[in-house]
Design a protein. Structure first.
Length: 167
């Protein structure tokens, strides 16, 4: 009788988990800044923007921005999307004076998430934003701000936009 109850519990657990829809993450965008051509995806706005191999997280390269205080330094539009998504940003960042990554709805700029880096030790750390709900048909804007109101060197590597269908 004990084996039967155990077997029944295993079968019920399998049925329960197989009927649930898994929340799969989809990488919508990824840029590891390994060569100068990867900057062509962005609109370059202000500052000295380049690919640096010397300061990279790995040996391949990273985005280096040297700027006084004008922002955004570079940006890119994504979308419009065919489905509703919850999107967040992930990136490795190091900075002298602070840096930000912003992701906002194109049509509703007050709806956004961001990564705000205040660590000024010039060491690589991985950051992740909260999730932004992006309705079907909407586009988002990714802004890279590499300054905190003063001259600053900031470095970004492996920037990702990751979408899921659940919060």
């Amino acid at each position: 009788m004990m084996k039967f109850k155990l077997m029944l519990a295993v079968v019920l657990a399998c049925l329960f988990y197989s009927c649930q829809k898994p929340a799969l993450d989809t990488i919508l965008f990824e840029n590891s800044f390994e060569n100068q051509n990867e900057l062509n995806e962005f609109v370059l706005n202000s500052g000295e923007i380049s690919i640096s191999e010397m300061d990279a997280l790995d040996s391949e390269g990273c985005l280096h921005v040297y700027v006084r205080c004008e922002t955004p330094n570079l940006y890119q539009e994504f979308g419009p999307f065919e489905n509703d998504y919850f999107i967040h940003i992930e990136s490795w960042i190091k900075t002298e004076r602070g840096a930000d990554l912003h992701l906002n709805l194109k049509e509703k700029v007050t709806e956004y998430v961001r990564i705000e880096v205040k660590n000024r030790e010039l060491k690589w750390e991985k950051y992740r934003s909260e999730k932004l709900f992006v309705p079907q048909g909407e586009s988002v804007m990714l802004y890279i701000d590499a300054s905190n109101g003063s001259k600053s060197h900031s470095y970004f590597d492996d920037i990702k936009l990751i979408a899921s269908e659940e919060p």
